[in-house]
Design a protein around this ligand. Structure first.
Ligand code: NAD
Length: 542
């Protein structure tokens, strides 16, 4: 039994390696990339309990920037594997839930240090290969953000456990933060390796067991996450990875009595569908399931007439196009005041003209490929649509080519219609639409911005005028869960800008904060009376 109340190490954000050209760190990462690219094709199993499960249904994995290259295969499962994963999770539950919290914490602190050290090149290279991220995008995601998720969440777990009720004389009140009764289902998107790991790790830290279904386009880096968990000593069955058709997995999980919570990140349409499924099966469950979903965005930049044009342009160039615009936080609509719009647009065009596009193996490429053919066709479809419209014009980019990889030129659109389709819908690619507003109608434009899209994830105001900043902060209070002043709307850091949005963007439970962790516990209040009463009569009875 523990003989002390332990303190956890104070977390600090993992320093981002700048990967300067020619540096040792860059050489080491690129060597790992080449090694993984050239090695014999790998065979990624499902991880169910202590088993690595393989099937005869092998699905290929290829880099998006080099889709003819086969890196290996993953094993596609069916309903029997989903059942097995649920059973493995439930079998592991009692031991894991009863493990002292400092032992659970130690697993994730160890994972953080392994990731910051011996796993760093591997997870970054896997993310470059699987998701076509350049070295910097891989580093800030797969290495740094994930290290931060592990370390900061361990500290938040401790803070939560420390939250205890008052006690009056003669009694002791205590609050126990029990894991949910059953298992948690984690469904992850393709775009952030760190988010995928955290969707599993956050509930597990609180003592829950997890069935995880990664996106098919992310399985290559998902395997490294499972290797990391194993190397850190996570017991078998606590996190089980199943690679199978989403609806097939969902159909079994959502009809299971022990389904206790959904931890989802992905598109709003899928999340709404899953919520309805859960609602329609409510009578089957032991408890009301926790539903946590971080979903889509139509993230904005609005510049005030006092803004510095070059700063706005840089916010657009980075905010819209890093990782090919495939961040849920990526700027995809911007409102530019008429007095400086021309200048901003020229700066953005000049930036885009210097962007290099290609494989992440060439570290001078700022832009890489979009994730897969389906995404490519969808984004290309939007670009074709824009080309046919009278009220919008492509002023930079607009070309695409999938012969070698799924490459889409960063595309800048200027529209005269503030409700133009690409001002409203999430494209999830390197396309930003700009609308030029009358510089004297800032307040009216704030109202327009607020009502234009169903999403409310991230947004930014650029201004030198404090009154304008204050007005925008108030008028756009509900338009973004992460609001930036004079900065791009991407790049949230764990421990600094807890992340999430409301409206159609999700339940806003703020990944990487105590708010998210609280969703994975069911507190029990305990009141202990030291000298119990022996007479039912209260004094007022006389
Ligand atoms: P997606 O919705 O297509 O897929 C997400 C996951 O859901 C995948 O694992 C997919 O296989 C699974 N899925 C799809 N249909 C399912 C079903 N019927 N049953 C069970 N599972 C099902 O999203 P994506 O393309 O992987 O990711 C991009 C989306 O994620 C964008 O909309 C983006 O904005 C959003 N996103 C949001 C955040 C955030 O924090 N708000 C972060 C990252 C990504």
């Amino acid at each position: 039994m523990p003989q002390a109340i332990y303190h956890v190490p104070t977390p600090v954000n993992e320093p981002v390696n700048p990967y300067l050209p020619g540096s040792k760190a860059t050489e080491s990462l690129l060597n790992k990339y080449k090694e993984m690219y050239n090695q014999e094709p790998i065979d990624v199993p499902m991880y169910i309990g202590s088993e690595e499960v393989r099937t005869s249904d092998k699905r290929p994995m290829s880099p998006p920037h080099d889709h003819k290259k086969v890196l290996g295969h993953f094993n596609y499962g069916d309903g029997t594997h989903v059942d097995a994963a649920i059973n493995a999770a439930l079998d592991a539950r009692e031991a894991w839930a009863n493990l002292p919290w400092e032992q659970r914490a130690a697993v994730f602190l160890k994972a953080a240090d392994l990731l910051a050290g011996p796993f760093r090149d591997k997870i970054n290279a896997a993310t470059m290969l699987a998701q076509s991220k350049n070295v910097m995008q891989a580093e800030i995601d797969a290495a740094c953000e994930l290290v931060d998720f592990f370390k900061f969440n361990v500290a938040y777990v401790t803070q939560i456990y420390n939250q205890q009720p008052e006690s009056q004389p003669g009694m002791w009140n205590r609050l126990e933060y029990r894991p949910l009764e059953g298992f948690v289902f984690a469904i992850s998107p393709f775009n952030f390796t760190s988010i995928c790991a955290n969707l599993c790790a956050a509930p597990a830290m609180m003592g829950n067991v997890v069935v995880w279904k990664p996106a098919e386009s992310q399985v290559y880096s998902a395997q490294v996450i499972m290797e990391l968990f194993k190397a850190a000593g996570l017991p078998d069955g606590v996190i089980n990875m199943v690679t199978a058709d989403g609806p097939t997995v969902g159909d079994i999980v959502f009809k299971h009595k022990e389904f206790a919570g959904l931890h989802f990140t992905g598109s709003s349409a899928v999340f709404k569908h899953l919520w309805k499924e859960i609602g329609s099966n409510l009578d089957l469950y032991r408890s009301y399931p926790r539903i946590v979903g971080e979903t889509g965005g139509k993230d904005f930049i609005i510049a005030h007439k006092s803004a510095v044009a070059k700063e706005v342009a840089t916010g657009i160039s980075r905010g819209a196009f890093e990782f090919q615009g495939q961040k849920c936080s990526a700027a995809s609509r911007a409102y530019l005041p008429s007095n400086i719009a021309g200048e901003i647009i020229e700066y953005v065009k000049a930036d885009v003209a210097t962007f290099k596009m290609g494989s992440p193996e060439d570290t001078s490429n700022f832009i890489n490929a979009v994730i897969d053919e389906k995404a490519f066709d969808k984004i290309a479809g939007y670009i074709d649509y824009i080309k046919e419209q009278e009220d919008a014009e492509i002023v930079a980019g607009g070309n695409y080519d999938k012969s070698t990889g799924y490459f889409i030129e960063p595309t800048v659109v200027v529209t005269t219609n503030p409700k133009f389709r690409t001002m409203c819908e999430e494209i999830f690619g390197p396309v930003i639409t700009l609308y030029v507003y009358d510089a004297e109608d800032f307040e009216g434009t704030l109202a327009l911005l607020d009502e234009t899209s169903e999403y409310a994830l991230t947004g930014a105001i650029f201004s030198q005028d404090r009154y304008a900043i204050d007005l925008a902060s108030k008028k756009l209070e509900n338009a973004a869960g992460n609001f930036y002043i004079n900065d791009k709307p991407t790049g949230a850091v764990v421990g600094q800008q807890p992340f999430g949005g409301a409206r159609a963007s999700g339940t806003n439970d703020k990944a990487g904060s105590y708010l998210n962790l609280l969703r994975w516990v069911s507190p029990r209040t305990i009141k202990e009376t030291f000298v119990p009463a022996q007479d039912y009569r209260y004094p007022f009875l006389g």
